[in-house]
Design a protein around this ligand. Structure first.
Ligand SMILES: Cc1cc2nc3c(=O)[nH]c(=O)nc-3n(C[C@H](O)[C@H](O)[C@H](O)COP(=O)(O)O)c2cc1C
Ligand SMILES: Nc1ccn([C@@H]2O[C@H](COP(=O)(O)OP(=O)(O)O)[C@@H](O)[C@H]2O)c(=O)n1
Length: 583
């Protein structure tokens, strides 16, 4: 085979020799008798030297007195040279002392053959991919719509494109256009409605208000953001989903759609299950408690009800024992607190039948009173929306939703559907995990260091630091807030050890000196958080954390009044120690 270049042609010849010969005789005849016929550019020896002809294969078979066989010559020249070589070999009439005859059989175009193979394989891949996409779609379809298949349809007076399932599904996905509806149908979602243009149609408001859950799934570009804002001002959106940055929903693969939508679909579907009481007999009590729990929760008060569930009194728990003394006719006593032995005793004396609170402290001798917790009655759930939860923890709505699913999987929370949204509560297992975490946090905060020390190696980047640092929008603020115009650039330090990378994450939660992000009319620039410190013990600097960066977490960036490389005589690979003041 040619060493370099791609084999383009296989030149095949057959031969017959009137005598017994070996491979080397054939090769010798081919090279020897064609040499110099048509100049170096068409000479087999020369062509092989420049790797345009590969190793010549000779396949021999012999009889008692003759030899025949085939020759295969891999070539990467043009077809003219191939033909010329074939014709030259056909002109050979002697191998050693024996007469012979060569006959050109074929010139195979290897690239064409390869192309055919590639095309065949491509068809296979496409077929497999299509099959996979369809089966993925089917799974989602089965999970989400319990077997319904969808087709494109239209909705309302404006004939908005939609999936055929929007009328019957109790939740709806709002997308931007018809192509998105089609793409979501491919992925198995038929409860999709295209808003078609940023102006929100009246009929959209109508259908949304009739659905238990409304999901917005918009393009990952700027206009997707605008549409989302507009939508949110017109209709209540329970879940805000976006395609990946810069990508449109119509461009997503079925697999990606499923990754984005499935957790939400699952949550909606699971959330639709009504809460199940441990004991069905508690239903009337649970209903009664359900009416007062939202107003009682987190008030630290107690409410007493008579047998018709009418309120007798409502007092702070601290006054409850005194209040109960001498009371009669209390059937239900419900408190936003723990049922203690003292309260139990007092309730017994008053003739209370049902005593309900958040938890029971160690109690013995119930004495005929029905003791219940809100958890027993499914009433200690807190309503949440995954978008607000995401906002609170600085994550996307998708990841908040995924976290809730995971927390439930581990048994730390329970979720139920409530009204338009979901409600969650922490399980005893979740509560004990929280206690553990809070203990660890308290211990580490008590020992919280006043400096964070990091070590790493100096590395170069893509010279973007200098550009950003030179922008007026930043440099004006730097002077005001850190007291100097920094050297244009950032010194990148790669933290080689995991413990330093972990330490550096603390900066994200710490307050630093803020340099605000800004907009220059064309694009937005992110914020910068600065922490004062020193490099290698002497050079004053600020470690910066950026809202937007292309660096991975193992790289920290340092700014200073001067060039740190020059001041400390550093080059790529030099060790850098950073000491940053915190708190
Ligand atoms: C003051 C400052 C502001 C920055 N603002 C942005 C920004 O708005 N968007 C962005 O993508 N990167 C921003 N960057 C980050 C750079 O893109 C980059 O991640 C890094 O800071 C410098 O890269 P380099 O080491 O390859 O030069 C900013 C960097 C600095 C120093
Ligand atoms: N205070 C500073 C800031 C940057 N620098 C260096 O100045 C150069 C320009 O910074 P930059 O952020 O544009 O470049 P890279 O970090 O992308 O290589 C880099 O070689 C930095 O390491 C420095 O020596 N001292």
């Amino acid at each position: 085979m040619p060493q370099s270049g791609i084999v383009k042609y296989h030149v095949k010849l057959s031969f017959e020799v009137d005598g017994l010969v070996e491979r080397t005789d054939m090769i010798g005849a081919i090279f020897g008798q064609t040499e110099g016929l048509f100049g170096p550019e068409n000479d087999l020896n020369e062509l092989q030297r420049v790797s345009k002809v590969g190793r010549i294969e000779v396949i021999l078979s012999t009889t008692a007195s003759t030899t025949s066989g085939d020759i295969l010559i891999p070539m990467s020249t043009n077809i003219d040279t191939c033909s010329l070589i074939a014709a030259s070999i056909e002109s050979i009439d002697k191998v050693g002392p024996f007469n012979c005859k060569f006959k050109m059989e074929t010139i195979d175009d290897i690239r064409a053959k390869k192309k055919d193979e590639i095309a065949k394989r491509a068809k296979e891949i496409k077929q497999q991919w299509k099959t996979r996409a369809v089966s993925e779609g089917d799974t989602v379809l089965k999970d989400v719509h319990e077997g319904r298949t969808g087709k494109i349809d239209s909705y309302g007076p404006s004939k908005l494109s939609c999936g055929s399932g929007i009328k019957t599904s109790d939740w709806i996905i709002l997308v931007e256009g018809r192509a998105d509806v089609i793409n979501l149908l491919r992925a198995g979602y038929d409860n999709t409605l295209a808003i078609e243009g940023a102006r929100i149609d009246e009929s959209i408001k109508e259908i949304c208000s009739a659905k238990a859950t409304v999901v917005a799934f918009l393009d990952g570009d700027r206009s997707g953001g605008f549409i989302l804002r507009e939508l949110k001002s017109m209709v209540p959106i329970d879940y805000e989903l976006r395609a990946d940055p810069g990508i449109e929903v119509e461009e997503l693969t079925p697999q990606r759609i499923s990754e984005i939508l499935e957790p939400v679909a699952k949550e909606i579907k699971e959330g639709s299950k009504p809460p199940s009481l441990k004991n069905k007999k508690d239903k009337p009590l649970a209903d009664a408690i359900g009416k007062i729990y939202p107003d009682l929760n987190e008030t630290l008060e107690a409410v007493a009800l008579d047998d018709k569930q009418a309120e007798i009194f409502r007092v702070p728990i601290s006054e409850l024992v005194n209040k109960m003394a001498g009371q009669s006719g209390i059937k239900y006593l419900i408190l936003d607190g723990i049922i203690t032995p003292r309260l139990l005793e007092s309730a017994k004396k008053t003739g209370v039948e049902y005593l309900v609170g958040h938890r029971l402290s160690r109690l013995s001798n119930k004495g005929g009173i029905n003791l219940k917790t809100f958890a027993d009655l499914e009433h200690n759930f807190v309503p949440v929306t995954t978008s607000s939860l995401g906002r609170n923890v600085g994550r996307s709505q998708q990841s908040a939703s995924k976290h809730l699913v995971d927390l439930e999987k581990y048994g730390f929370i329970q979720r139920i559907k409530s009204g338009r949204g979901i409600s969650v509560r922490i399980t005893p297992e979740g509560y004990s995990q929280l206690l553990k975490i809070s203990g660890t946090l308290q211990a580490s905060l008590a020992a919280s260091p006043s400096r964070i020390e990091l070590q790493g190696l100096l590395v170069s980047g893509m010279s973007e630091g200098a550009y950003y640092m030179s922008l007026k929008g930043y440099s004006r603020q730097f002077v005001k807030r850190i007291g100097y115009v920094p050297f244009p650039g950032t010194l990148n330090v790669r933290l080689e050890e995991r413990e330093f990378v972990e330490s550096s994450r603390q900066f994200d939660a710490l307050d630093g000196i803020m340099i605000d992000g800004f907009h220059d009319g064309v694009r937005a620039y992110g914020w910068v958080k600065c922490f004062p410190g020193t490099v290698n013990g002497t050079i004053p600097c600020h470690l910066i954390r950026l809202e937007r960066t292309h660096h991975e977490p193992s790289i920290v960036e340092i700014i200073a009044r001067e060039s740190i490389r020059e001041a400390a005589g550093l080059k790529d690979g030099s060790e850098v120690a950073i000491s940053v003041q915190v708190g």
